[in-house]
Design a protein. Structure first.
Length: 688
């Protein structure tokens, strides 16, 4: 049979040969390093665009397959390695805690976890002190070099196995599966329900570290049992683990929640509620700086500002599809004629789960209002307020609109996962012949924002439908195909490196997501540009063409920041809080050496403020060294030290934050300093 390699070359292998056979045919060294394979089956009329799949190295290949050999250096290889490590941890837990019940144990971006229930073991809970013993057991089992063996089983066989074992969580998972799609994986005496893939054996798992414990509701449902989630990471070499732990320690120092508190940018209050950030004066200044920057860019590119309410009638979101497509992520609706949620006699709101409260109003045609989960439905109403001609298009509407999502409490995380956030949202209504240029213009704006904040390492992800679950989406196949192809072409013409991910599209349209790597190499989804043929159809939006015929516009959703909250959280971690001069809440702090120089310092501050710089004067009765240390800790970019000599000469002694031995930059006139800072800001923002 013939196998195609990623470079387009072909290999002839015996019928039924495996990925391992393919690796050995290329080189013995590659065969030793191989962990798994990525297989794209040959296209057929029934499957013209087959999706690639990561598989075990020992599974047989088929004639016409395109195959990549995955090693540790590939994302797919790491995922298989960490998935296998999760199974190894589960095996260790069963050995140490007989009677333990297992939930799910997937690979994640930087390691793996397993959710477990200890209630049947006689042990109340795990603590950090238990983790070293689990690690030791994992290493012991790994040295046994047990093979990961895949076995297809019938549903009856699988149910019988887990009934005998007494594992309720696996039995519940089996309820959703059918015969023909159930597989077991076994290493040693440990058997788990799993679709794979896995690495060939436990032997490559040399270095293991269990990182933390957390609570996790079964299936993410707050009404279900809370399990213990054990997070870990593993590597083929001890040195790789050491380097990873060093990065984790650096990440702790850069944690935006820690920096937000230290730099007095934002806070959370239990009285306000989880996931609802409160911006302090310096944080508000930071937000406003970013907003003003984008507003200026938008005006120059023909966007018009709009403002819409925080709520709207349920019917608006029924038409858009957010209600009920977003039912799991939206706050319960406010039903008309009620001052609060409709509850049976004697039941309090606190006694109900979010799902129960939402479900109470999703079953019929109840009238009421909903906290908006997105701004786009409101913008359709602005477009539709008057007749539009083909000459009027494109119409570009922009809003910094706050939206609300009911994220599970266990998934909240500082600013990067919140329940109320502000999107730099805009919607372009254009003719079909304008789509590509408008989409490219939105890409260019997003790239302008990323450049200004020194995010230079990013990949553009073409986010597509999940072909196996099309019920999640609105619109017909032809519309989706057109949108997906238009995004590919626009990205290619902009010279972007792209990857494609199925199942990551919005329910109403395909999109281009910017996956940005920070200074620690972690990937974040920030800006997005989305192409939508469906909402104009659902809202019956039209324009009149040159033949006086009604036509349907296309809608482009665009958010270069994504959300201000998430963007700022990532920016803080990317910079370690050392924000670029142009965006720093306090750009300059003036430090008088004695009270005698306070008046001169205030005069310098006035001159710099009039030039548009954000300036503070530290008039505390502290020694100069203490004032400098405090400004360094608060990461103020520029410190101006003024004593008697500077006051008499009309100068300032300049110190720059974070430059070490080069921090002291000597004396400058106020005018020269002002001009230099303004030039630096202009260069950073592309407005020199």
């Amino acid at each position: 049979m013939q196998i195609t390699l990623p470079d387009g070359s072909a290999r002839e292998l015996a019928s039924g040969a495996s990925g391992r056979d393919l690796a050995e045919s290329i080189s013995s060294g590659l065969a030793r390093m191989a962990l798994a394979v990525e297989v794209t089956p040959e296209a057929t009329p029934e499957a013209p665009k087959p999706a690639p799949e990561v598989r075990d190295l020992d599974r047989p290949l088929a004639d016409g397959d395109t195959v990549s050999i995955l090693t540790w250096d590939s994302d797919g290889g790491k995922m298989a390695f960490w998935h296998s490590s999760a199974h190894l941890m589960a095996e260790a837990l069963e050995a140490l805690y007989p009677g333990i019940h297992l939930g799910i144990g997937p690979a994640i971006d930087n390691g793996f976890y397993y959710d477990v229930d200890l209630s049947n073991t006689g042990k109340d809970r795990l603590t950090d002190e238990d983790l070293p013993a689990i690690e030791a057991k994992m290493k012991e089992l790994a040295r046994g070099d047990s093979r990961f063996e895949r076995r297809e089983v019938s549903k009856a066989e699988a149910v019988a196995y887990f009934e005998e074992k007494g594992d309720p969580y696996k039995l519940e998972l089996l309820e959703r599966l059918e015969d023909g799609e159930i597989t077991f994986y076994q290493q040693g005496d440990f058997v788990d329900l799993c679709r794979g893939p896995h690495i060939p054996s436990t032997k490559p798992i040399k270095a293991v570290k269990l990182l933390s414990l957390a609570g996790a509701y079964w299936r993410g449902d707050e009404s279900r049992p809370q399990l213990t989630r054990i997070y870990g990471v593993s590597f083929p070499k001890a040195k790789q683990l050491e380097e990873h732990l060093e990065r984790l320690e650096l990440a702790k120092q850069r944690d935006h929640r820690k920096l937000g508190k230290e730099l007095e940018l934002f806070m959370f209050s239990d009285k306000v509620g989880p996931g609802l950030p409160i911006w302090l004066p310096k944080g508000a200044r930071l937000r406003e700086t970013l907003v003003d920057f984008l507003k200026t860019e938008q005006v120059a590119r023909g966007y018009e500002p709009v403002i819409t309410p925080h709520i709207a009638r349920l019917d608006l979101f029924r038409t858009s599809g957010h209600y009920p497509y977003y039912s799991d992520s939206q706050f319960p609706p406010m039903l008309e004629g009620q001052k609060g949620p409709a509850l049976p006699d004697g039941e309090t709101p606190e006694a109900r789960t979010h799902d129960e409260a939402s479900g109470a109003a999703t079953s019929g045609d109840e009238q009421g209002y909903l906290l908006k989960p997105m701004n786009c439905p409101h913008h359709t109403q602005i477009y539709d307020r008057k007749p539009r001609s083909y000459r009027d298009l494109p119409v570009r509407l922009a809003e910094f609109g706050t939206v609300y999502r009911y994220e599970q409490s266990g998934e909240l995380g500082g600013l990067t996962r919140v329940r109320g956030f502000t999107q730099d949202d805009a919607h372009v209504f254009c003719r079909p012949d304008q789509v590509k240029e408008e989409f490219k213009a939105a890409i260019d704006l997003t790239m302008t924002v990323l450049r200004a904040l020194d995010f230079t390492d990013y990949t553009a992800q073409v986010s597509l439908r999940d072909p196996e679950n099309t019920t999640k989406y609105i619109g017909d196949d032809a519309t989706w195909d057109a949108a997906e192809q238009a995004i590919r072409e626009a990205a290619a013409e902009m010279g972007l490196d792209t990857v494609e991910e199925e199942g990551e599209a919005a329910f109403y349209g395909a999109k281009l997501d910017f996956m940005v790597k920070d200074a620690l190499g972690r990937s974040w989804q920030l800006g997005t540009v989305q192409l939508d043929y469906n909402l104009p159809e659902r809202f019956d939006l039209t324009y009149t063409d040159e033949n006086d015929q009604r036509q349907r516009p296309v809608m482009i959703h665009r958010a270069p920041f994504g959300s201000l909250e998430r963007f700022i959280g990532v920016l803080l971690e990317h910079t370690g809080g050392n924000l670029p001069l142009w965006v720093a809440p306090v750009q300059v702090r003036i430090l008088p050496i004695t009270d005698d120089q306070n008046g001169y310092a205030e005069g310098v501050a006035k001159e710099l403020r009039e030039a548009g710089l954000r300036v503070e004067v530290d008039t505390r009765s502290e020694k100069t060294g203490r004032k400098i240390r405090d400004a360094e800790v608060e990461k103020v970019p520029v410190m101006l030290i003024v004593g008697r000599k500077e006051a008499e000469a009309g100068t300032v002694s300049v110190r720059r934050h974070g430059l070490g031995d080069d921090s002291d930059q000597g004396a400058q006139s106020t005018a020269d300093l002002r001009d230099a800072l303004l030039a630096e800001i202009a260069a950073s923002t592309g407005r020199a």
